[in-house]
Unconditional design. Structure first.
Length: 315
């Protein structure tokens, strides 16, 4: 059955965030998603730009949604995140429906009580205000996105892309999400735990200082890859390489390498009939037991269960 995604917009909506949801889910493939936009009162909705958008659907659409996405609204998110009309609209969402926010849309979810006791994030500039308003929420302002009990939140606008790709990947596997990413010309995966903002004492270099090492690592995932080898590819010390890598990628070389191995294993499980032992070897985990441990830690499933779910969908 087609999965219905309802984008709930409010006055002051950010057009780019609305477009992200339509773009990512809309490219996932025929029949996978239906993306519709709704608002409290159908008709023109003011944006934060010099134009309005016409929204045809009212809040009743939320009653039929499988996923609800709440983009940011400026400036009302922080000043007035909830009104009786918005509260009544959100009350229409069925129990168990996946709910997500982009950027300061998290203020609305928190004001509705949906984030109480849950881990969440929002734009780093709004973190102090968020904490003051919603101390009951476990705010983590240093990540790209979070997922806690079917409620997802993301940081700034670009991390909304990461969040939507994460949901597509969770629904239909890495191969579908990667194809969407290729069509959108964005990285196929940025781990939610990556830092959303890194202060740098100097401007970002025009040319990546770790790109050759990353390219070499991806070509050699099947074998052990040491930090010393990565640093040697850039003719630098391991300490300097690690610092530069964190500045450019927002995570450590080891964590990045582990993510690439997981993604390679997922693709092989989805797209081939290779035995799990061979998948583990080609992805650089060495043994099926090691692959099983990493996949269970990252995704909560075994390689066999993952293949059963996503390989069957693609055959």
């Amino acid at each position: 059955m087609t999965h219905r995604v309802a984008v709930f917009v409010r006055d002051g909506a950010l057009p780019m965030e609305i477009g992200i949801v339509h773009r990512i889910f809309g490219q996932a493939g025929p029949g996978l998603y239906e993306v519709l936009t709704c608002t409290v009162t159908p008709g023109p909705v003011r944006t934060d730009a010099d134009f309005s958008i016409n929204v045809e659907h009212g809040p009743e659409l939320l009653e039929t949604a499988d996923t609800v996405v709440v983009p940011a609204s400026k400036p009302d998110d922080e000043a007035r995140p909830m009104t009786p009309e918005i509260a009544a609209a959100l009350a229409r969402i069925r129990p168990g429906v996946r709910i997500a926010s982009v950027c300061t849309g998290a203020f609305t979810l928190a004001a509705a009580g949906l984030l109480d006791g849950r881990r969440a994030t929002t734009h780093w500039r709004s973190a102090d205000r968020f904490r003051a308003l919603f101390p009951q929420v476990l705010l983590d302002p240093d990540v790209l996105y979070t997922e806690d009990g079917g409620i997802l939140t993301s940081a700034g606008v670009a991390s909304g892309i990461d969040l939507c790709l994460h949901m597509v990947r969770s629904d239909h596997g890495a191969a579908v999400a990667n194809e969407v990413a290729r069509g959108t010309v964005v990285p196929p995966h940025r781990d939610g735990g990556q830092a959303q903002f890194v202060r740098r004492p100097v401007p970002e270099p025009a040319v990546s200082s770790t790109g050759r090492a990353r390219e070499w690592a991806l070509a050699n995932l099947h074998r052990p890859v040491s930090l010393r080898e990565l640093a040697a590819r850039e003719s630098t010390s391991t300490r300097t390489f690690t610092r530069r890598f964190r500045d450019e990628m927002g995570t450590s070389p080891g964590r990045w390498l582990s993510r690439q191995r997981i993604e390679r294993a997922r693709a092989l499980l989805e797209e081939t009939d290779l035995p799990v032992d061979d998948v583990a070897e080609r992805a650089g985990f060495g043994t099926a037991a090691s692959l099983r441990l990493h996949l269970q830690t990252e995704l909560g499933v075994s390689p066999t269960a993952y293949r059963r779910t996503f390989r069957a969908e693609r055959v």
